[in-house]
Write a protein that binds this ligand. Structure first.
Ligand code: 9Z3
Length: 327
């Protein structure tokens, strides 16, 4: 969905009226009160620490429904691996994480499990009890205990989304609730967010019929919320966005443009085909290429990447009081 967005439109100035109309016309979140309650508890629990570090990691692709009673939708590519792996490294580094993820996408701690864990890791024993297969016992135990420790310890809050309407509304709730943490809050926006959508009020209610022949449809440009996040929702938080391209020739230039236009602290640029091996970190202080260590095939590129991000965030926090720009 964002493959066609390379020109001026992608970096459009977004008007307050557009933002207002997006949120006013979006179908309200079904569980908005519940999400707010969870956020409040999470922030309260985490802000009692001396220097609470909290990151909102967004992960997976947003859908764009074509019908209000949705049968068909357009999707943005993202398996969710980047977000899930980054979440694990942030937790390891002492951060608390709000994991805003696309339903059904990769989950933290689950990358070492087989595709269908329920069917592949478990057996029914003679007495009809369910038991873990010996071959998977160690990994299942580790995954469950690490996940449980993060969630029940109050360090990991998982919030699912599917549509672009849900994603942006929840992101706004998260941003507003983290604003009390000032520079200790971070946004790590790895989700692949659609640049085009069908505004809710113009969307047909029922399934689009095929009898009338080929489908012509015009998609509106989704308002870019990055500048709103920076300027209004969380003006002091440390903000990192991603830039995905398939053409390596324009990748860094586009990341540079996003850095300036949306006033991001860092833009992490990646190419679709090499995204698991290499990420280019673009910031005011220059460009750094972060690579997966080939000598350690089990260690993802997210390991050195999060190390660098955490380091830059620490410098940002340190200098946030004296007004110097450090990133
Ligand atoms: C990314 O670039 C992520 O790194 C990937 C990760 C989606 C490539 P996977 O989930 O892949 O591990 O399979 N995310 C941001 C993509 C995006 O839509 N960026 C927009 C843009 O490039 C800015 S919000 O314009």
């Amino acid at each position: 969905m964002d493959a066609m967005d390379h020109d001026s439109g992608e970096l459009q100035e977004v008007s307050a009226a557009e933002i207002k109309s997006f949120f006013e016309s979006a179908p309200p979140l079904k569980d908005g009160d519940e999400i707010n309650k969870k956020l409040k508890e999470f922030v309260e629990r985490n802000s009692s620490a001396t220097a609470p570090r909290v990151v909102c990691v967004t992960s997976g692709g947003t859908t764009v429904p074509l019908e209000q009673q949705c049968v068909r939708f357009i999707d943005n590519f993202s398996s969710g691996h980047r977000g899930a792996a980054s979440t694990e490294y942030f937790l390891k580094a002492g951060y608390s994480v709000i994991f805003l993820y696309r339903s059904g996408s990769c989950q933290p701690y689950c990358s070492s499990l087989p595709d269908d864990p329920l069917l592949e890791c478990f057996d029914i024993s003679d007495d009809s009890n369910i038991q873990v297969r010996q071959s998977h016992a160690e990994v299942v135990k580790r995954v469950i205990s690490e996940h449980h420790a993060a969630v029940s310890g109050g360090y990991l809050l998982k919030l699912p989304f599917t549509t672009i309407f849900e994603y942006l509304q929840i992101l706004r709730l998260v941003a507003l609730s983290l604003s009390c943490l000032g520079p200790c809050a971070m946004f790590y926006l790895a989700a692949a967010v659609s640049d085009f959508y069908v505004p809710w009020e113009t969307m047909t209610v029922h399934k689009i019929q095929s009898r009338s022949g080929p489908l012509d449809m015009r998609l509106a440009q989704a308002p870019k919320m990055l500048s709103v996040l920076r300027k209004e929702w969380a003006p002091v938080a440390f903000c990192i966005s991603f830039k995905l391209e398939t053409d390596s020739k324009i990748l860094v230039e586009k990341a540079d443009m996003a850095l300036k236009k949306y006033d991001m602290h860092m833009v992490l640029a990646n190419e679709l085909s090499t995204r698991k091996e290499e990420v280019i970190v673009v910031s005011k202080s220059g460009k750094t290429v972060v690579r997966k260590d080939k000598a350690q095939p089990c260690v993802d590129v997210e390991s050195p990447l999060i190390e660098l991000v955490v380091d830059r965030h620490s410098t940002y926090i340190k200098h946030s009081g004296d007004g110097t720009e450090t990133t």
